[in-house]
Design a protein around this ligand. Structure first.
Ligand code: PLP
Length: 475
């Protein structure tokens, strides 16, 4: 936030919270407390960030009150002229920022974006040829027999994505998620020795399984992906390449990932969240090549309910911010800081999945400290370090207790942390983990040595005070 706006933003928030307080004081209090808590903790959750006051303020308006099902210029409700403007501006920024021919900014979240993308791919690849074969333009005009045959085809397609324990997301075909139920799914993992994505294995799995959709992208893989290679694999087997860049969209927007590491020119469809490294409001968006654009554009009402106009407005503001040169500096800093954090762990003897990082994620194997992810996560939280436990490849402790802790640098980088600060963060994390002992054979219980939490909290406070969150903002 530019310093000159600190007083204005403070006045805006104070006034807004007073209004909220007059109706439900507990909500005003929780909102103030959340700011205080976020200011006082080392937020290392890889999927979180701090959106600018401009983005946050944009969401608190009467745009929220408008129903606008449909798409720009083609709504099922009257009076959508301002929502049309909002959606057009957000989509224009998204196209320009990512160099995409088409952008859809309605998805309410990353999961929604993936669901819309899946159905758009099914509509394009399965439904449209089915309609052409039956000689009709719309599913409503199919005979009952043709509709049954088409439904059977739509429900029997194949999806190949990265496995959860290798770093994939539950929407990439994980069985408990709808994506694992609506498709015949199979997953690819990482190399057992290097823990890196093994493109030969992905290609072999694709050749054998012949998926309609090949999904690339991750939530917990600390490396870059070569999307040109993934596209070659998809093309060889006739699959649609869908990339979910939810985690690393900020690094794409900030031109840290370019060429083969930029998914947008290589994927047929690219989905993302807007609130992680991209630093916007909570939400999703989809970028598509022209042949998929018409189907994606029908996301509402095909999959989604009425668009959240106030959030689309905030997406427009965040995307405008991401088009500024300062965002490229930020994105590069996110990657440099992740390297510093990884180095900080390695020099202190810790084991990292894949041996390091070249994106914004560092995945620490905590079994070398004699802990499960669950124990490490809780002990770190006791010391004011907010992280999340995460599976590591072929995790011996399963998906609940896990053996890893995932760290991410986007949030603290937004506060101004640099490489030296992240080296100090590594030192503090290792201090906590070395002073945590598992209780007996429990995978959840642990003891943190006396004085550790206080020592680490005091050291964190110095770092946090030197890099204030929303400097000058007082509510
Ligand atoms: N895709 C990936 C790769 C993610 O990491 C996530 C969130 O963690 C999502 C999709 C889902 O995003 P949301 O929580 O906004 O639905």
């Amino acid at each position: 936030m530019p310093a000159e706006y600190a007083d204005t933003a403070s006045a805006a928030y104070r006034a807004a919270l007073q209004v909220v307080e007059s109706v439900e004081p507990r909500i005003a209090a929780a909102t103030r407390k959340e700011l205080a808590d976020q200011r006082d903790s080392l937020k290392l959750i890889a999927s979180e960030n701090y959106a600018s006051p401009a983005v946050l303020l944009t969401m608190g308006s009467w745009l929220s009150d408008k129903y606008a099902e449909g798409t720009i210029g083609h709504r099922f409700y009257a009076g959508c002229q301002n929502v049309d403007t909002v959606e057009s501006v957000a989509a224009e920024h998204a196209r320009e920022l990512f160099g995409a021919p088409y952008a859809y900014v309605q998805p309410h979240s990353g999961i929604d974006a993936n669901l819309v993308a899946y159905w758009a791919i099914l509509a394009t690849r399965v439904e449209a040829p089915g309609l052409a074969e039956a000689g009709v333009k719309h599913v409503n005009n199919l005979s009952e027999d043709d509709w049954e045959a088409l439904r059977h085809k739509l429900g029997n397609q194949r999806l190949l994505g990265m496995s959860l324990d290798a770093g994939g997301h539950l929407t990439h075909g994980f069985r408990p998620n709808i994506s694992g139920k609506m498709f015949h799914q199979r997953s690819y993992g990482t190399h057992p020795d290097t823990e890196l994505l093994d493109y030969d294995k992905v290609a072999a799995a694709a050749r054998e399984f012949k998926p309609l959709i090949l999904v690339a992208g991750y939530s917990a893989y600390p490396r870059r992906i070569n999307f040109a290679t993934m596209r070659e694999i998809a093309d060889e087997v006739g699959a649609t390449l869908m990339v979910d860049m939810a985690h690393f969209a900020g690094l794409v927007a900030g031109k840290v990932f370019t060429g083969d590491e930029d998914p947008v020119p290589h994927a047929h469809v690219t989905t993302t969240t807007t609130h992680k490294s991209l630093r916007g409001p909570r939400g999703g968006l989809i970028l598509a090549q022209p042949e998929y654009a018409d189907a994606v554009d029908k996301g509402c009402p095909m999959v989604l309910g009425g668009p959240l106009a106030h959030v689309m407005a905030a997406k427009a503001v965040a995307l405008a911010e991401a088009r500024q040169p300062a965002f490229q500096t930020y994105a590069q800093q996110v990657a440099d800081n992740a390297k510093a954090l990884a180095e900080g762990f390695l020099t202190r003897g810790a084991r990292l999945v894949t041996g390091g990082t070249d994106n914004h994620i560092v995945l620490l194997d905590v079994t070398s400290f004699g802990l499960t992810g669950r124990q490490a996560e809780s002990a770190l939280l006791d010391a004011g370090v907010v992280t999340n436990r995460n599976s590591i490849p072929v995790d011996p402790n399963g998906a609940w207790y896990t053996s890893g802790i995932r760290f991410g640098t986007p949030a603290l980088t937004s506060r101004g942390f640099g490489p030296d600060d992240f080296d100090r963060v590594a030192e503090l994390v290792v201090d906590v983990l070395k002073n945590t002992t598992a209780e007996g054979t429990s995978k959840a219980k642990y003891t943190l040595a006396d004085g550790t939490a206080e020592r680490v909290r005091a050291a964190s406070a110095e770092l946090l005070d030197a890099n204030p969150l929303y400097p000058g903002l007082s509510v």
